[in-house]
Unconditional design. Structure first.
Length: 113
């Protein structure tokens, strides 16, 4: 075996080794596919969920504020209604008294005429 044959044999052996290595790597890749990457904690969906949660919390706080305001208004309206009803009752009683006095004065004037 001369030098040229030895060089060709060595280069052929290297080419065959590279091809075998490439084939084995391909088989390994087929049998063991890469795992999908883990989703990031601050991905687009996580940011969307955080934004939705913040909006929900803000809405709940606003709802509580509106409920307090409306309850205060209702209490004030009920107090005003109660006061108005008492004043109306007093006015009706006073009107009845004045009607009675007027009737008494008319009756007193009627016999003397």
């Amino acid at each position: 075996m001369d030098r040229t044959e030895l060089t060709l044999f060595a280069s052929l052996a290297l080419i065959v080794a590279v091809l075998i290595g490439w084939g084995l790597r391909w088989v390994y890749g087929v049998l063991n596919p890469p795992t999908p990457p883990e989703p990031l904690a601050d991905s687009e969906w996580a940011e969307y969920a955080k934004a939705c949660e913040a909006a929900r919390n803000e809405t709940a706080a606003r709802l509580e504020e509106v409920e307090r305001d409306l309850n205060n208004r209702l209490s004030q309206a009920q107090a005003e209604l109660s006061a108005s009803m008492e004043a109306l009752g007093d006015a009706r009683r006073r009107a009845d008294e004045l009607d009675a006095e007027l009737s008494a004065l008319k009756d007193a004037k009627a016999p003397s005429a």
